[in-house]
Design a protein around this ligand. Structure first.
Ligand SMILES: [Zn+2]
Ligand SMILES: [Zn+2]
Length: 153
């Protein structure tokens, strides 16, 4: 699934502004790696991002994609999901939102919910550390999987 062109465009503009502010050079490869994440609603992992970018930039290496994703993450223009040791997936949507995760096909869908944004964090959690963001993960089985024909990615 891809985003509407005008929303991709907005994200590209934000990337350019962020890189400029951080004094980071906007290379063709960085732009294309970001475009791949920014245009996708699928929360792709590094390997799928690599396959997508390689179609447009045949010379790019998987290693470059990993390093670029790390950079984009440090700059806050993409978000990484899940603990670092698992196969990390990336999200071009850095605005407040939550996820529906299909336990069967692994689809991750974005949704917005003001009530979830306003959840009170239990005091115990605040004892463990500083909170950066709260993102709710609703787990289940998507309709395609429930019908027995999972979406192939
Ligand atoms: Zn599914
Ligand atoms: Zn998301």
């Amino acid at each position: 699934m891809t985003l509407p062109p005008e929303e991709i465009q907005e994200r590209m503009i934000r990337l350019k502004e962020t890189l400029k502010r951080a004094g980071v050079k906007l290379t063709h490869q960085r732009l294309e790696v970001f475009r791949e994440v920014a245009a996708s609603k699928d929360h792709p992992d590094a390997e799928n991002i690599y396959l997508g970018v390689r179609a447009r930039v045949p010379t790019i290496s998987l290693d470059t994609v990993y390093r670029t994703l790390g950079l984009l993450r440090d700059l806050g223009v993409v978000a990484a999901l899940g603990p670092p040791r698992e196969r990390v997936r990336y999200d071009g949507n850095v605005a407040a939102h939550h996820h529906f995760v299909c336990l069967e096909c692994g689809a991750i869908l974005d949704f917005e919910c003001e009530a979830f944004d306003r959840l009170t964090i239990p005091a115990a959690v605040k004892h463990w550390g500083e909170i950066e963001k709260v993102q709710i993960e609703v787990r289940g089985r998507c309709h395609a999987c429930a019908r027995g024909n999972p979406q192939t990615k």
